[in-house]
Design a protein around this ligand. Structure first.
Ligand SMILES: Nc1ncnc2c1ncn2[C@@H]1O[C@H](COP(=O)(O)OP(=O)(O)OP(=O)(O)O)[C@@H](O)[C@H]1O
Ligand code: SF4
Ligand SMILES: [Mg+2]
Length: 313
């Protein structure tokens, strides 16, 4: 490993539940480390806890969520900081582009100014140079006619354009750690490729990205974390994971890709607290299931490739 890399983010044993009549365990005992320069993609089916994991790390969940575990960003324990201390980090050091944020722009402000705003707020730049920089950033995401559209209001943009403008805004202040949730949702294939290119061209920024798009994940990430039913089930360097997936869920997910023949294994993730599905969460869909799988498997380390499955005990 490159000795100059430093640990930026350490998530330890993070769990999130929503208590009450409809108890939901949204994230269960997730641990991960992110080093400077890493490109981590989090993949997994809908409802597996990907967005809640990001929100919990950034302490953006509502008070109804019960969060346990710890999150360290450099030498700071994010769960012990005051709101004021956190605000000083969010935006300037860590930025976040939420899921479905295409409509999240202020409709009353020109897009160029909104992209420039973090530079003015966090980097003390004057408005004119900040707006010139905003045009450059929009250009990176290939919005087209960037000088002109920077002067336009968000309603003149398509959803995909707004999504990319928000990513430009997310990276504008040069935050060293960028969280992006489904940055390619709703984009056509060409725009997905251009977004991947723009992410790959980011320099000095570390990326944590949630995506459903496995090809996009393969293009932009150096590591992949796979989630299933609130659990992290596999984590590995990207090429290794795509070439040699270990967990049955990851294998089934890759087999269901169109280029791999759309071999889809039916079934859903178990409902929370369902006694039939105690033990491995993938038990009811897995073709390798054995008696042992009635017990919850821990994460096993297979030569730096982590997998939560009894087959690798
Ligand atoms: N405020 C909430 N109260 C109760 N349950 C919630 C709340 N927010 C999310 N959940 C539940 O937590 C689980 C994880 O949700 P999450 O949004 O993280 O899924 P996801 O993996 O991001 O899915 P998608 O790919 O569809 O975005 C889901 O079962 C969801 O219904
Ligand atoms: S632990 Fe058992 S049920 Fe779970 S994925 Fe592995 S083999 Fe399948
Ligand atoms: Mg989500």
């Amino acid at each position: 490993m490159d000795e100059t890399r430093q640990i930026l983010l350490r998530v330890e044993d993070l769990s999130v539940s929503f208590e009450g009549k409809n108890f939901v365990q949204a994230v269960e005992h997730v641990s991960l480390e992110v080093f400077t320069g890493d490109r981590l993609c989090i993949i997994g089916e809908t409802g597996s806890g990907k967005s809640i994991l990001l929100l919990a790390i950034l302490r953006l969940l509502s008070p109804t969520a019960r969060v346990t575990g710890s999150v360290r960003y450099r030498d700071q324990d994010l769960f012990r900081l005051t709101e004021k201390q956190l605000d000083a980090i969010r935006g300037s050091r860590i930025s976040y582009v939420p899921q479905g944020s295409g409509n999240g722009m202020n409709p009353l402000l020109r897009v160029g100014f909104q992209v420039a705003e973090p530079l003015i707020a966090h980097r003390g730049m004057k408005r004119k140079p900040a707006e010139a920089r905003a045009v450059e950033l929009l250009r990176r995401f290939h919005l087209g006619r960037e000088e002109t559209i920077a002067r336009q209001y968000p309603f003149t943009y398509s959803g995909g354009m707004r999504q990319r403008a928000l990513i430009a805004m997310g990276i504008s202040a040069g935050a060293e750690l960028l969280f992006a949730d489904e940055p390619t949702k709703g984009l056509d294939e060409t725009r997905v490729l251009l977004t991947a290119e723009a992410f790959n061209a980011l320099e000095g920024q570390t990326l944590v990205c949630v995506t459903h798009d496995l090809n996009f994940a393969r293009r932009v990430s150096s590591r992949v974390c796979v989630m299933y039913a609130a659990n992290q089930v596999e984590a590995a360097p990207t090429e290794e994971l795509f070439r040699k997936p270990l967990h049955p869920y990851t294998r089934d997910m890759l087999a269901a890709m169109p280029e791999n023949g759309l071999r889809f294994r039916p079934g859903y993730a178990p409902a929370h607290n369902d006694a039939d599905t105690a033990g491995c969460k993938y038990r009811l869909r897995c073709d390798r299931c054995s008696e042992k799988c009635r017990q919850t498997p821990p994460m096993f380390d297979v030569g730096g490739h982590q997998v939560r499955c009894w087959q690798y005990e």
